[in-house]
Design a protein around this ligand. Structure first.
Ligand code: AMP
Length: 370
């Protein structure tokens, strides 16, 4: 039997691991490049141990691949560009360039008419005060690069916080974001095929604690049709502008409720996303499967939700498996990562037949597991 196609993945964390697992179900082989010898994806697929900046490691990843993708947005753009000289890289390295810099993201939103929080670029401490007077108090100072899970940001409630904020982000180029008093956080996951077809999973509702995603509920309850349209048209416009192939996540804040509800976009992730993990159990084709399908030029799978789902991140350490299995509809995903405070080491998806049953199961999960 001929070997199936091969996808190379820059990054070997849990996202790479779940991509590799989904690829297997399609008869697709994978390999990952990751500088960490304990990379989670290395447990399930071929792992090339090396730096993203090493031409030798990049060549070893590319060898025998039909296409290369990435699962981590802080991969150096140059690594993706180098591979793109000889192989298709999806999504385009340009998407990485945009997503790596909050200022570029906000500029893209502006160009496409996508609403986002009022923000001002700041590159020196003495400029923060005037920026604060433009965006208003309170405001969030966010490093432009290498921020994730609320890292590299500081809440400024008045001029007296400026010095601490500047120190907290280590004097890096930043944006100052107006603090949005949102009703809730929502995200949309879209996928664009190489022929331009787009599909979307339903909006998911996300609860963060300490800047880290804790719980996603999908479909998000009570989403007016206008919000769904707003989210999908924003994601579609971004994907079209970037000539994008693969899965894209866009995170939003919902301001106002019911008829007054509207979305402002916070950021994009040019990859499979934590707020889409529920799709493994909750949708006919998961975000991981659809990403592999898209980058290989295959038809996209069905994104219609099969069941109301919730995803709870395991942060720091895994819950006890016997407690998880005491909750009906709960499935534990173990990334086989060493426990460490603040680290995502696994997640649990809970599905149910109705939103009410899902709510009861989530409550039970919180009681039993914590
Ligand atoms: P981020 O690193 O931009 O994803 O931010 C992490 C979390 O901080 C978000 O999920 C929000 O809960 C919160 N956050 C970020 N930006 C803002 C903002 N402009 N206003 C209010 N909350 C924010």
């Amino acid at each position: 039997m001929p070997d199936g196609p091969m996808v190379g993945i820059l990054g070997g964390g849990q996202l790479g691991r779940m991509l590799a697992d989904a690829a297997k179900t399609l008869g697709v082989r994978t390999k990952v490049l990751d500088p960490d010898e304990h990379a989670s994806a290395g447990r399930v697929t071929t792992h090339i141990l090396g730096a993203y900046t090493s031409p030798k490691a990049l060549a070893a990843l590319a060898e025998g691949c039909d296409v290369v993708t990435y699962e981590f947005e802080n991969v150096p753009v140059e690594a993706a560009e180098r591979i793109a000289e000889t192989l298709p890289v999806h999504p385009t390295p340009e998407a990485l360039r945009v997503a790596q810099d909050r200022l570029n993201e906000r500029k893209l939103f502006g160009e496409l008419g996508i609403a986002s929080p009022t923000s001002v670029a700041v590159d020196a401490e003495h400029r923060i005060e005037s920026a604060l007077s433009r965006v208003g108090e309170p405001a969030l100072l966010k490093a432009r690069r290498l921020g994730y899970d609320g890292k590299g940001q500081f809440l400024i409630s008045g001029a007296h916080d400026i010095a601490d904020a500047w120190r907290a982000i280590a004097g890096a180029p930043a944006i100052l974001d107006a603090f949005v008093g949102f009703e809730r956080e929502l995200s949309v996951i879209g996928v664009r095929a190489s022929n331009g077809n787009c599909r979307f999973y339903p909006l998911a509702q996300n609860v963060h604690r300490g800047g880290i995603l804790r719980v996603t509920t999908a479909p998000a309850p009570n989403v007016p049709e206008a919000l769904r349209e707003q989210a999908e048209s924003a994601a579609r416009a971004i994907m079209e502008r970037l000539d994008y192939v693969g899965v894209l996540a866009v995170e939003f804040f919902q301001i106002g409720s019911d008829g007054d509800a509207r979305l402002v976009a916070n950021e994009i992730a040019p990859r499979v996303h934590n707020t889409g993990h529920w799709t493994i159990e909750g949708a006919p084709a998961s975000q991981f499967e659809n990403h592999i399908r898209a980058v290989l030029g295959m038809d996209l799978g069905d994104t219609t939700p099969a069941k109301p789902s919730a995803m709870v991140n395991a942060i720091g350490e895994l819950p006890e498996a016997s407690r998880v299995s005491a909750v009906p509809g709960a499935v534990l995903h173990d990334y086989e990562k060493a426990p460490r405070p603040g680290r995502k080491v696994g997640h649990v998806t809970i599905t149910a037949d109705t939103p009410k049953e899902l709510h009861e199961r989530l409550e039970r999960y919180t009681r039993v597991v914590g």
